[in-house]
Write a protein of this length. Structure first.
Lengths: 214, 214
DNA sequence: GATTAATTTAAACGGGTGTTTAAATTGAGA
DNA sequence: TCTCAATTTAAACACCCGTTTAAATTAATC
């Protein structure tokens, strides 16, 4: 081993910030390496390709978030009383905010990365997430389904993706929305405040009775 | 005047399809002009730049959708009985589906373009939409606010953006989601079916009572 | 301290991008 | 039919991209 051992970390730190801000394909390796103050070629040396760098950036968060989120859900679900949807979604707040301790602004960076990934790259990231963290996702889906048993599985599939869209879009444009909210309503929300705003919205939508027609 | 007069139209038709499928920055002018079977330089000749082409593509839909949507809302709002949120959102279905008559698959193309625009380019498209169609947007916001008077304006601001995120993300990944739904649940939904699924979700979320704490 | 493997570096490669230029072509009005 | 403006075309421009190469440098091992 030789050289600065933190070159990989410097790249990851610079990359995640830029990826979250401007998206994956809008962020060049040259911009990343100049912000990280490392050589351009070191990305390909340490990660192989840009695609693998993207996966590594996301994995660093998913490896922290997924296990703790799943265990929070399990703890809730095994409790005697049935948890409400609000409780289940709220159980994700702590694991999400834990990411702020990993890195400054980690929570919103993670959610923005997730959204960018889902929208930009149709294929490889979705595959990467479901194959690496599918078990934890199942835990979550089962908990939600159990607490809203009146929703058929197919309908629940759609509603959970509506939910993903809600949170992911909100976080992707959180900065812009916060600016508008501040100037129009004098509101100043941090990431946690926005999450707490969105949870009742999502919980109500997921649980609303299915109407056969109009 | 000389040459094929429909060159502009051929460019717009090819561009909107590709933009909706792969996003704006992932779609090169060379791909657009080859699909449209026109010369590369004709884009800059007719539209000035790629940015202005993007705006022209969106304007062609917004010019049809916005006035009819606003008039549907107004018609509903002036009726004696207060319209429900479900009715207000449902009033947008007809204007949305009208876009299918403008062009095949027009509805989903429009919604996907809207989503791409909001997520990809933080600045110029949002500005373009609010300055050109702000009056119609106000009509919509006022109708929603009137039918959910228990939601304070600032909270409504956030919830309407949650709603935008829900619909836009759903449509951006509608094709992929439909594939999964078909293979996992044997469901086959068209654009209208998805819209009818998402409306109750959004209406419930917008109207859910504000909880001071947890 | 010499050897060797890991890492960093500068430079180039091959290719794709939006845009511009200037010449060729087209079609309507005089 | 001639003229002239609108349009189309092929080519080039200047720039950015991810990746690869080979040499220089660094740090650990013997």
């Amino acid at each position: 081993m030789a050289g600065r051992t933190d070159t990989k970390t410097r790249i990851l730190d610079a990359a995640e910030k830029l990826f979250a801000e401007r998206g994956f394909s809008e962020t060049s390796l040259r911009l990343i390496t100049s912000k990280a103050e490392v050589n351009l070629a070191s990305v390909n040396y340490h990660f192989g390709s840009k695609k693998e760098l993207i996966r590594a950036v996301l994995a660093r968060y998913l490896d922290v978030f997924m296990p703790t989120a799943a265990s929070e859900i399990k703890r809730l679900h095994l409790a005697p009383e049935h948890a409400s949807l609000n409780e289940i979604f709220s159980a994700l707040i702590k694991p999400l905010l834990e990411l702020n301790k990993v890195r400054n602004g980690g929570t919103i960076i993670f959610l923005q990365l997730l959204g960018r990934g889902y929208i930009e790259s149709q294929g490889h990231l979705r595959w990467f997430i479901t194959t690496h963290y599918g078990q934890h996702l199942t835990t979550f889906v089962q908990a939600v389904s159990a607490s809203a048993p009146h929703i058929p599985p197919a309908e629940m599939f759609w509603r959970l993706h509506f939910t993903l869209g809600t949170i992911v879009f909100t976080m992707a444009s959180a900065d812009a929305l916060n600016e508008i909210a501040a100037s129009d309503y004098g509101e100043h929300n941090n990431t946690e405040a926005i999450i707490r705003k969105v949870i009742p919205y999502m919980a109500a939508g997921v649980a609303v009775p299915v109407t056969s027609n109009e």
